[in-house]
Each structure stands twice: as C-alpha cells, then as structure tokens.
Design a protein around this ligand. Structure first.
Ligand SMILES: C[S@@+](CC[C@H](N)C(=O)[O-])C[C@H]1O[C@@H](n2cnc3c(N)ncnc32)[C@H](O)[C@@H]1O
Length: 214
C-alpha cells in the first residue's frame, strides 16, 4: 500500500466518513482473506462483483487471483476513489494483465441491474456506519445478485459494533443492534463462514454467506 494511496483514502475519510467508514485502506492480509473463494477449485470462468473498491486494495488482490476468462464489475460511489482507481487500472503493471476484464463503474450499488447475477460478490461497504434500512436494502440487492451456490464476502472491524454499543447512547445502540439483526437474517438463508484477520488496522472479521444451490 503506497503513501499516495493512504493519503488519497484518508482525504476522503475526512470528507465522507459515513460512506468511507475507515481511516486507511484494507491491508493485503485482509484482501487475501476476502478473496478466499477464488482459491477454491472451480469449473467455469467467474463473473465477480466488487462493491466499494475505494483505492483498490481488494481489486488488486482479485486481479491477481482471476483467471483469463473471469470478469470483474466494480461499483464505486465516490468520484475521487473512482478516478484514483481508474488511473491505477491504466498505469500499474499488475492491473494491466487483467485490465480488460475489469469494468469500473462510478455508480451506487443500488443501481445494480435487477437481473445481474454473479459467482462471487465482495463488499467493502461500511455497514456499521449505515442506517439499518440501508443495510437491509443493500444486503437484499447483494443477495439477489448471487447465483445459486455463490458467495457474498464482506468484512467488519472486530468488536467495533460491541465496543460502540457499550460506549454510546441508547439510540446508537439500537441502530447497531438493528444492523446485527439484519445481517443475521440474511445469514439464516445460507451457509456462513467467519475468519478473523489480525493484520489490519483495526483487525477485522471476514464474513461469508453462501447461497443455497436450491
Ligand atoms: C471502507 S471503504 C472500503 C474501501 C476498500 N474496499 C478497502 O477495503 O480498502 C468503503 C467504500 O465503499 C464505497 N461506498 C459506500 N457506499 C457505496 C454505495 N452505495 N455504492 C458503491 N460504493 C459505495 C465508499 O465510497 C468507499 O470506497
């Protein structure tokens, strides 16, 4: 992660904390853990969706793990991040190998076409910063976008929800509890997998939800 990338990220954190939700980009260790499904055996090329790529920590990992027929759509809301990542895609050698397979859109994920379906969905969205209704709306969109048997992977900062709930007032505690219950209701639909990544600032939990085949 370059200093330029960290500065680009931090300047947006200051301007748009609610949608950015982090102080620095995710670490390579977190990016590797997020991309675990791509290291499993698979029978055909995958279409992949990344939501909220920011400066591209996960995108870089995905580009390195994709096969030559896989495709990746990235939806980024923030204009500055979109511009930053589109420059990286054009200029950095490790992106150029897979550059033509990556479609970066400056678009809110809520504009994802209803018929879009993917073999893997990676989300970098800061759910704990959002109102529960927005988490519910976006989770429904991401779950719908999964093909049967496909996996949604997202992350949360470790213990952040619990620590915030303990430190903050009743309204904020209720918001965080409502987010947890929204996420649990989606996890009840499929198979879950959790992995803790300590090498990140702050440490994070990678949460995966695999949609049933039927
Ligand atoms: C916590 S940052 C994660 C950035 C990067 N994936 C990482 O881990 O370093 C969240 C990202 O989600 C983007 N974002 C927030 N809401 C979004 C939305 N509705 N649609 C698309 N992107 C969104 C933000 O602009 C930001 O780039």
């Amino acid at each position: 992660m370059s200093l330029r990338e960290n500065l680009a990220f931090f300047s947006q954190t200051l301007k748009q904390f609610q949608t950015t939700g982090a102080l620095v980009p995710s670490s390579p260790s977190l990016a590797r853990a997020m991309a675990w499904p791509l290291r499993q055996p698979r029978k055909h090329p995958w279409s992949i969706l990344e939501v909220g790529p920011g400066t591209g920590s996960f995108t870089r990992q995905l580009a390195g793990s994709m096969g030559e027929k896989d495709r990746l759509d990235c939806y980024e809301l923030n204009e500055h991040f979109h511009h930053h990542l589109s420059q990286r895609l054009k200029t950095e050698p490790h992106f150029q190998v897979r550059g033509r397979q990556i479609n970066l859109l400056h678009q809110d994920i809520r504009k994802l076409p209803a018929k879009a379906r993917y073999d893997l969905v990676l989300s970098g969205l800061p759910f704990n910063n959002f109102p529960p209704e927005l988490v519910s709306e976006i989770m429904a969109i991401l779950y719908r976008a999964l093909k049967p048997g496909a996996t949604l992977v997202y992350f949360e900062y470790l213990l952040l929800r619990k620590a915030k709930s303990a430190a903050l007032g009743g309204q904020e505690r209720r918001r965080l509890a409502a987010i947890e219950s929204v996420l649990n209701s989606f996890h009840a639909k499929g198979t879950s997998r959790d992995e803790v990544v300590w090498m990140n600032l702050p440490p994070a939990r990678v949460r995966s939800l695999t949609k049933p085949l039927k």
